[in-house]
Design a protein around this ligand. Sequence first.
Ligand code: COA
Length: 159
Amino acid sequence: MAKTKKQPTRSANEEINPEHQGYLRSYRRIVMYEDLNAAGTIFGGRLVSWIDEGSAIFAGCQMNARRIVTKKISELIFNQPAKLGDMLEIWCKVINSGKTSLIVDALVTRRVFVDDQKENTAITQYQSKAETEICRCELVFVAVNEKGQPRIWNPKYAK
Ligand SMILES: CC(C)(COP(=O)(O)OP(=O)(O)OC[C@H]1O[C@@H](n2cnc3c(N)ncnc32)[C@H](O)[C@@H]1OP(=O)(O)O)[C@@H](O)C(=O)NCCC(=O)NCCS
């Protein structure tokens, strides 16, 4: 069985550039009203579903397979909230390529847009702050056949 690696923890407000760490951006969403919890920040279940979908898009491309299923989502710690209007970006990197599985590291960053008060013109000016990490986790995807059984996707293991 493939083993997942423990990820290093990161301070909540540290600005990062995932591209420099070998991640590919797989998904982007703007937080809308229907994505909020009763505290006015993003609902965790909604974010998990975006992580699953964004990572599955990435894994499907890497595995060149349409039929893949999520086997595992690792522990997920929400270090920072996301608020209405924030842009969330899901970045992915391959951790391990197995015979039928693929382990993906998924990183969620938040890009905040703030009004520039000095430029109060007809066209509102926005400043985009650098990315900050809000959470990360690992996911295991398995390629399956029509019967839902694992199937080899990795050419390294093909006979
Ligand atoms: C995915 C599924 C077909 C795998 O069946 P399985 O009996 O675990 O199959 P295997 O034991 O052959 O494992 C398949 C691969 O998953 C990996 N795997 C299994 N359990 C794992 C775990 N807990 N953590 C990490 N990897 C795991 C294995 O190492 C193997 O990888 P490899 O072939 O690359 O070495 C089956 O568990 C299933 O249908 N699960 C439900 C999936 C689902 O509905 N997901 C939610 C919606 S997408």
